[in-house]
Design a protein around this ligand. Structure first.
Ligand code: ZN
Length: 589
């Protein structure tokens, strides 16, 4: 886990304004001290999502999702921690400091990874050189209609028909890195090249480093396509072939086309369709869809999946639909293209050219069209029983669809087919038990237990998170050490004793990944639910301290009463304490 200094995170949280950040994705309206909007994390018609500019927190009263700007970016855009920091930093012109290894092991691992990238880079150069020297490889590409220019653009090469071809550039052929990268196979004491007599397609990651290869057989051999195995650099279910090359074209065309193979991507590019990318021989995964939609979000471009028109193609398309339902948003349409039987994008674009291919794409089915078509095909709509079955079948899919407007449209279409009144349909398809659904195919959050503080220590923690300066006034001796909040409060007090001013959002960030993370996050939610201001938090903080003093006084009095039989002289002391107790109680408001 990379380490970013706390000081950077605090600086960042001081500079970004959570209202701007959230406002880019959610329409916000000022209401009192806060901004309100429709929650992006659950389905709702009246706003229960608030953003506080003073506290730099967001909070939903419906599903109780809450956090600071970093947390919002992670949750909303499905970003990892570092990516969320980068996104926020770039919006205010800051740069996330370079990762520094903390331990010798981390340094070693990093060095190792750098080595592996260098090995892959060197292998790519070797394969590209070998293509130029191979009439067989060149003839194959020509026969597929590819020019030298497009081959160079995609870094296409050729792996010679040689058991140890890579030895030419890796004299230390025994180097374990070659096996680790998946270039060399080790078996029965022998080592040999994985890719032989194949056209080689390098697979790049988002930083344009080679992480794997796809090898296409030239003759009739099996398998037709051979990919790198999973390695420390390469995860098949996540990488998207050609994304780097397609980026400019897909923003211009406002469309990304997902095809099955790298040959399709290259052939389409050759014919001027530059916005195609491919999954790497795996079914569509949520990681694929998330990555693509993130790429398309800004431009509102559409995402088109392309499949063969046969039964296997329709099955793969259905799988892509199921993965897309919870991820699709209202601003990026998702569509499904089925090619005529026996055709693939490569053959189709070669036969019909760019214009012919794009006419076909224009006819691609919408997500709801494909979904409804399949559901209708499985149902009898001319009997009440058949329509009831249709409704029940549809429910599963409607409830997974997160995009609110699209969901509404879908429900209306289903209502018509099922001959249901719109109101009845809304009620039937409403999320079960009013439980909030979540956008990114994570399990729906369980109805969160109440965050309302019960103990005084919970109140104190909530007030400190809402107004961290209060930590300086804590009387630690009053806390009940059996409560986890006591430990959190003491840690915060010690942490902030240096006197630097830390805001609530930065305080929450400091304790991410520590044992106090949950407690502090709950305290934040509680403060937002109670609509605390720094002033009201201070007032409640002092009330809670007072309550704790009363609690201690009660205990002392009880203890004195226990001893008074043996020592009547304690009576005066007892009276004094009781009087003090009354004075304390009088201060409580
Ligand atoms: Zn919500």
């Amino acid at each position: 886990m990379p380490v970013i200094p706390d000081s950077f995170k605090q600086d960042l949280l001081n500079r970004v304004d959570i209202v701007d950040i959230v406002g880019r994705y959610v329409q916000l309206k000022k209401g009192g001290a806060n901004f309100m909007g429709l929650c992006p994390f659950h389905n709702e018609k009246t706003p229960s999502f608030t953003v506080s500019p003073a506290k730099q927190f967001y909070h939903c009263f419906g599903c109780q999702k809450h956090g600071n700007a970093i947390g919002f970016m992670m949750e909303y855009a499905s970003l990892g921690y570092i990516d969320a920091l980068k996104e926020l930093a770039s919006s205010v012109g800051m740069q996330v400091p370079e990762w520094q290894p903390r331990t010798p092991e981390e340094a070693q691992r990093k060095e190792r990874e750098t080595d592996l990238f260098a090995v892959m880079q060197k292998a790519m150069a070797f394969y590209r050189g070998a293509l130029k020297a191979s009439p067989r490889g060149v003839a194959y590409l020509k026969q597929r209609g590819l020019t030298g220019e497009i081959a160079a653009r995609f870094g296409i090469g050729y792996a010679p028909d040689d058991w140890q071809g890579l030895k030419a550039v890796f004299p230390d052929y025994d180097n374990p890195a070659l096996v680790e990268c998946g270039l060399v196979i080790e078996g029965e004491g022998k080592r040999y090249d994985r890719f032989r007599d194949r056209v080689m397609f390098p697979i790049f990651n988002r930083r344009d480093s080679v992480v794997g290869f796809g090898g296409r057989v030239i003759g009739e051999g099996e398998p037709k396509y051979l990919n790198s195995p999973e390695t420390p650099l390469f995860r098949k279910g996540e990488e998207i072939y050609g994304l780097g090359h397609a980026r400019a074209a897909l923003h211009e065309a406002r469309r990304a086309l997902v095809v099955e193979g790298y040959m399709d991507v290259v052939a389409l590019a050759q014919h001027g369709v530059g916005y195609a990318v491919a999954t790497l021989g795996t079914a569509t995964t949520p990681a694929h869809v998330t990555k693509l939609l993130r790429e398309l979000r800004e431009s509102g471009a559409e995402l088109v999946f392309s499949f063969d028109g046969d039964a296997a193609g329709r099955k793969a398309a259905w799988r892509a639909l199921e993965v897309s339902l919870p991820l699709a948003g209202d601003s990026n349409p998702v569509r499904f293209l089925f090619l005529p039987e026996g055709e693939d994008p490569d053959s189709y674009v070669r036969a019909h050219g760019k214009a012919g291919f794009e006419r076909l794409v224009a006819e691609a089915q919408t997500l709801t069209g494909f979904l409804l078509g399949e559901l209708r095909a499985r149902s009898e709509l001319d009997t009440p029983e058949g329509r009831a079955g249709f409704q029940t079948l549809a429910k599963r899919y409607v409830q997974q669809l997160a995009a609110p407007a699209l969901r509404q449209q879908l429900v209306q279409s289903i209502a018509q087919l099922a001959r249901l009144a719109p109101d009845a349909a809304e009620a039937f398809f409403a999320p079960e038990g009013g439980a909030p659904r979540h956008q990114h195919q994570r399990p729906a959050p369980p109805r969160v237990e109440s965050v309302i503080p019960r103990t005084e220590e919970q109140h104190l923690l909530r007030c400190v998170v809402m107004n961290p300066a209060l930590a300086g006034e804590l009387e630690e001796a009053l806390l009940d050490d059996d409560l986890p909040e006591a430990a959190a409060l003491k840690a915060i007090a010690a942490d902030l004793a240096g006197g630097e001013g830390v805001g609530g959002a930065a305080l929450v960030e400091r304790y991410q990944g520590t044992g106090f993370e949950k407690l502090i996050s709950r305290a934040q939610a509680a403060g937002m639910e109670q609509n605390d201001t720094p002033e009201s938090a201070a007032q409640e903080f002092h009330q809670a301290l007072l309550a704790l003093r009363v609690r201690r006084m009660h205990r002392e009095i009880d203890e004195l009463r226990g001893r008074i039989g043996a020592d009547p002289a304690l009576n005066a002391e007892l009276n004094r304490r009781v009087k003090e107790l009354h004075q304390l109680k009088a201060q409580r408001s």
